[in-house]
Design a protein around this ligand. Sequence first.
Ligand code: HEC
Length: 147
Amino acid sequence: MKTRLYILVVLTAALLLVAPAIRIHSEPTVSTKDVMKFKLHHAQRVLEGIATENYDVIAENAKQLKLLSQQADWQIRQTPEYQRFTADFARNAESLLKAASNKNVDTATIAYFQMTVSCTTCHRYLRGEKGVGQKQNEQQTAEVASN
Ligand code: HEC
């Protein structure tokens, strides 16, 4: 009985040690689509952190967002515009990190807003070429037309 408990404790500890390592290890191989999906996930978590004034949650997810923007799979365009939008996005993530470390929910809220603007700015730019959020775009156009 005691041995079983011991084994369980050791296995759990091993899993806790190994789990983050697996995640870090698999990061460079995620596809562009996954990178973009994680981005939405972490952005939503930042909002959750702001709403609950949980600065650790804000900081952790802002850090992940910044890291995502540095991944090779993020760099799907080599244009100066895309580089600039990426730099803006990373700067906003940086502001979120700073706001979290200062425990200032107001500056975090502003940084979050600015980051959201950078999401739409880059997507609008990409839509000009092809793809992203085409449906929303059509919807918006329909809304404008019906007003
Ligand atoms: C510098 C450019 C850039 C910025 C900034 C940016 N995105 Fe994106 N986003 C992309 C690209 C590129 C794609 C993928 C386009 C494609 O698949 O053709 C994408 C796709 C997406 C998708 C669709 C993923 C899927 O399943 O296909 C979501 C959701 C998304 N972005 C959310 C966000 C959010 C939320 C933010 C801000 C927090 C953001 N993006 C900021 C470039 C950007």
